[in-house]
Design a protein around this ligand. Structure first.
Ligand code: HEM
Length: 459
């Protein structure tokens, strides 16, 4: 039976550093080039082999067998340092129990409350901008999603000072998290300022969250927020579902999982709208019709079809989680090759989403392609698939649609340079130094029927 060594090796490696060079220089181009080599391609990372899965059906096979293809690899080890054993980082053996305990937090009944928080915060943010102001888009969106997640998690339980302490510590954690992922563990232990700030931020964050969790457990009432749902969940015997440490791990997991990913998606969506005037106008018209002069209402989210499709298409072109890994927990067979236990297996949603054999005009921004949502079941993976699929997918789509609609209802977005925008490929795929100018809307809306059909590109 062919072994891992028989899998075609990716071109461009070097005997000493393997494929670290092309991966660091241009990771997106490198992973996108691999599909041409085969359904499975071998990459060398130091002394380790990484098997990159390039075929959507094989990716599905990997994702559906989460016992054999378990969480693991350097990304998850760093993740465990910061998040403990939360839903994202936990191994298969703990996963079903933890997932079941978090389920109530995402019950459809709770979504309207979460949506109202997002709309209010997005409206506050957008009403604070000045006509002609140039925004640092990623930092605006990061501020918004961190605040929205903190409020959604803790609702009214926090003083302003505690909420802003959590936000600050969390931003330090996010910056350090990626740096520590790519530097050797030894450097992470040096008493440098960055390392000290990182450790202190985690300690303070865990203490603050620990205090909130303890208070909430002593208080039985439902505050309608994520934390109430997490605290209220019980095990099958009616016992408290999670230990205090597990609750802290999960709160931090939700903070990490929901903020940078959603902020990156919103930032890319704003960039894409600034480049596609026709789509931007469609979104504006749709939002104006739905909000009827007030704030967007969660109850009418279903009518924001174009805005929702912009978010889906943004996640196709720029999936925030651009690369995912697993580790085999036992020897297994994939596509006829024997993979020993401990093999790192990877795949890239970014590379899959841009394949011309899977998507028509794969490189074009075309939200209308989502009118027919059945087309690409296996090839659309922004939230992964199988048992470890993103638990906040619906939540994220709702929040991003409401926030984008709110921004577009007030402002037109324009680029400030014709230089192509480059992605920053870190833990999430983020637009590098994205600046956009906002202009107050002055145009009157044309009549609805004639407007939606008209071609308004290239203004
Ligand atoms: C656009 C925004 C988001 C994107 C692109 C995204 C993407 C993902 C992906 C790809 C995974 C799977 C990771 C893997 O297979 O290793 C994941 C897992 C997860 N995400 Fe998200 N996510 C987003 C927003 C959120 C939000 C808002 C929350 C919660 C409030 C959330 C909570 C989670 C959790 C708890 C998991 C772990 C699920 C499990 O293993 O059972 N995510 N996310």
């Amino acid at each position: 039976m062919p072994t891992i060594q028989d899998i075609p090796r990716a071109p461009g490696g070097n005997p000493l550093f393997g494929h670290a060079g092309p991966l660091v220089r241009d990771p997106l181009a490198f992973v996108s080039s691999l599909a041409g080599q085969g359904r499975l391609v071998r990459m060398d990372m130091g002394i380790k082999n990484v098997v990159v899965v390039c075929d959507p059906a094989l990716i599905r096979q990997v994702l559906l067998d989460d016992r054999t293809f378990d969480k693991g690899g350097p990304l998850f080890e760093r993740g465990r340092e910061a998040l403990g054993n939360g839903l994202i980082t936990c191994p298969h053996r703990d996963h079903r129990r933890l997932r079941r305990l978090s389920q109530p937090a995402f019950h459809p009944n709770r979504m309207a409350g979460y949506g109202a928080v997002m709309t209010e915060l997005a409206d506050d943010m957008a009403s604070g901008w000045r006509d002609g102001q140039v925004l640092d888009v990623v930092s605006e969106m990061m501020g918004l999603t961190v605040e929205a997640t903190v409020q959604t998690l803790f609702s009214d339980s926090l003083s302003r000072a505690t909420a802003s302490q959590i936000t600050d510590d969390f931003l330090v954690l996010m910056t350090g998290f990626y740096r520590r992922m790519i530097t050797p563990p030894l450097l992470n232990r040096l008493p440098s300022r960055g390392n000290r700030d990182y450790t202190r931020a985690i300690e303070r964050l865990r203490n603050t969250v620990g205090g909130i969790v303890a208070a909430r457990r002593a208080d039985e009432s439902d505050h309608g927020d994520l934390l109430s749902a997490l605290c209220g969940a019980t095990g099958p015997d009616g016992s408290h579902g999670r230990s205090e440490t597990e609750l802290i791990d999960e709160v931090l997991t939700f903070l990490l999982a929901g903020t940078e990913t959603t902020a990156a998606t919103l930032s890319w969506a704003m960039h894409l709208l600034s480049q596609n005037r026709g789509v931007e106008r469609q979104v504006h018209r749709e939002v104006e019709a739905v909000r009827s002069g007030g704030r967007l209402d969660f109850a009418r989210l279903g009518e924001l079809e174009t805005t929702g499709n912009v978010i889906k298409e943004t996640l196709r072109l720029y999936p925030a989680v651009w690369m995912l890994t697993r580790v085999t927990s036992a020897e297994t067979n994939l596509d006829g090759y024997v993979l020993p236990a401990g093999t790192i297996v990877a795949f890239s949603p970014y590379a899959i989403h841009r394949r011309p054999d899977l998507y028509e005009r794969a490189e074009s921004f075309d939200p209308d392609r989502w009118h027919d949502a059945t087309m690409v079941q296996d090839s659309y993976l922004p939230f992964s698939a199988g048992a470890r699929k993103c638990m906040g997918d619906r939540f994220a789509l709702n929040q991003a649609t409401l926030a984008l609609g709110t921004v577009v209802s007030r402002w037109r977005l324009s680029p400030v340079t014709d230089q192509p925008l480059r992605p920053s490929v870190k833990a999430s795929l983020t637009p590098r130094r994205l600046r956009l100018r906002v202009s107050a809307r002055s145009e009157r809306l044309p009549m609805r029927d004639s407007a939606l059909g008209s071609a308004e590109e290239g203004e």
